[in-house]
Write a protein of this length. Structure first.
Length: 497
């Protein structure tokens, strides 16, 4: 093949290459416009340097991936198949596909908090289905109109840049714009290296905002959601995650339990398993063992889970203000033996009784539901898996993990018919209801999320590990970003500032 400067083939390839640069320039501008959706979908940086980094990485990264798309697609086509009319048409179609894909990814990120990936396919399909089913005409028209507008833009730009190529070559703006993009790209990476070395999480928490950027890590995910303990990360000390910046915020117009006689429920909490075993030996009512009971090793956190139906993430703001459990309303609760919660009014005649029990503790004669479990032995691990005992035999075949939060939700929903109340005030779930085998908790500065048998523990310093709930051994080190993002959203459901 003759590619000398006198060759018509070479001349066409050279012209197409020059045209491709200007076509790419127009698409970089379009990509920058679309990618603003990523920036608006996330919280703004708290520092000046964080804001500067956001702008630099937006310019540099979006410009880079758009140019890379040109290098991998249009550029080789221009060399192998240098026919202007065909190349311009194919380039417009490829660019339209790329812009539409970015717009769809931005839509997914705006709604779900993560980018397109095979691991997030079920959530993405669910989002698309919900969008279409809620307003099929508007959704279809909007998507179709966007694609047509983008395709029209690409065809117009493709033809315009080709027809005015000689004039465009005389402009110096292209070199200036290229210099800005290259400088932004280099500076953003330099700032990120500095930020990573100096614990500037206002910068590193932006790692996964733009597509095809730095992969999400446990540290960046926690930092983004303000769950990372900076001092703990720096010093690797065991400290409680500071949550005083967050306020406990509940919805208004809570729908309390219907005013009717409720079956008496006794929940007995034992100091250790030996005392529980002694109680079971003398108990006349048969209690069935329910395994896979996941609870914090912190006794106060475990009791808090049960009383409030919430993770201990909310414990500090609640206890500091002595906030009564939102689900109680005017129905009351009988509680004894837990000094940290002595501010909760004690009603001896309440339908629910929660007591710090011993082997001689007696259940109420007319109690319809009896639940008993022992607190975890003091350990260095944040959670343990044990058993809970109930007189409800239908729960003996439970094969899912359950937590103290779930016990409260089950009593309120299944036994007392307070479905609306638990939806408004609790994070726990009714054990009877079918679900996807997932759950969350938070204790001693550790965020806990589980899916079936796999429990992910993320420390406040950003380190994490996956363990088996049933066996306790370490599992693979995969970091399931979509699942963990959704889990953190659940954790922060009642947060206010």
């Amino acid at each position: 093949m003759n590619l000398s400067t006198q060759s018509p083939f070479s001349s066409k390839a050279s012209q197409l290459l020059s045209w491709g640069h200007w076509f790419t320039f127009a698409n970089i501008c379009l990509a920058l416009l679309i990618s603003l959706a990523y920036l608006f979908s996330d919280t703004s940086p708290n520092t000046t340097m964080g804001s500067i980094y956001m702008i630099l990485t937006w310019l540099g990264h979006v410009g880079f991936i758009t140019f890379l798309g040109f290098v991998l697609t249009i550029f080789p086509l221009s060399l192998v198949f240098p026919y202007p009319r065909h190349i311009r048409g194919m380039a417009a179609i490829l660019a339209s596909f790329g812009a539409s894909l970015m717009a769809f990814d931005a839509y997914v990120f705006y709604n779900l908090g993560y980018h397109l990936s095979t691991s997030a396919l079920p959530q993405i399909v669910s989002l698309v289905w919900h969008t279409i089913s809620s307003s099929p005409i508007v959704a279809t028209f909007s998507a179709g109109a966007f694609v047509l507008i983008v395709l029209s833009f690409e065809l117009i730009i493709s033809n315009y840049t080709w027809q005015h190529l000689n004039k465009l070559k005389q402009l110096s703006f292209g070199k200036i714009f290229t210099g800005i993009l290259l400088t932004s790209f280099a500076l953003s990476h330099s700032i990120h290296i500095w930020a990573d070395a100096n614990f500037k999480f206002d910068i590193t928490k932006q790692d996964n905002i733009l597509p095809l950027s730095y992969p999400t890590t446990a540290k960046s995910l926690l930092a983004k959601n303000e769950l990372l303990d900076l001092e703990l990360y720096k010093q690797a000390k065991t400290e409680q995650l500071e949550t005083s910046h967050a306020a406990y915020l509940l919805p208004t117009n809570i729908k309390y339990c219907p005013k009717q006689v409720k079956p008496l429920t006794d929940i007995l909490i034992f100091e250790n398993n030996e005392t529980l075993e002694q109680f079971l030996q003398v108990q006349t009512t048969s209690l069935s063992q329910v395994e896979l009971f996941l609870q914090p090793t912190s006794h106060e956190d475990s009791v808090f889970n049960l009383l409030y139906g919430l993770p201990a993430f909310y414990k500090k703001p609640i206890l500091s203000k002595k906030t009564i459990p939102a689900w109680i309303g005017n129905q009351g609760i009988s509680i004894s033996g837990f000094e940290s919660f002595s501010f909760i009014p004690n009603d001896e005649n309440a339908a629910m009784r929660i007591v710090a029990a011993n082997r001689d503790t007696k259940v109420r004669i007319n109690a319809k539901h009896i639940i008993a479990f022992s607190l975890s032995p003091k350990q260095t691990v944040p959670v343990t898996v044990s058993s809970v005992y109930v007189n409800d035999k239908s729960l003996s075949n439970n094969s899912d993990l359950l937590q103290p939060m779930d016990i409260l939700a089950t009593v309120l929903d299944q036994y007392w018919s307070c479905d609306d109340l638990i939806k408004q005030t609790l994070i726990g779930r009714n054990i009877y209801h079918k679900h996807n085998g997932t759950g969350i908790n938070y204790t001693q500065g550790v965020f806990i999320a589980y899916k079936k048998d796999k429990i992910t523990l993320i420390e406040a310093d950003g380190s994490y590990k996956n363990i088996s709930a049933a066996q306790g051994f370490l599992l693979d080190n995969n970091f399931d970003v979509p699942f963990l993002v959704e889990s953190i959203k659940r954790l922060k459901r009642f947060i206010g500032n």
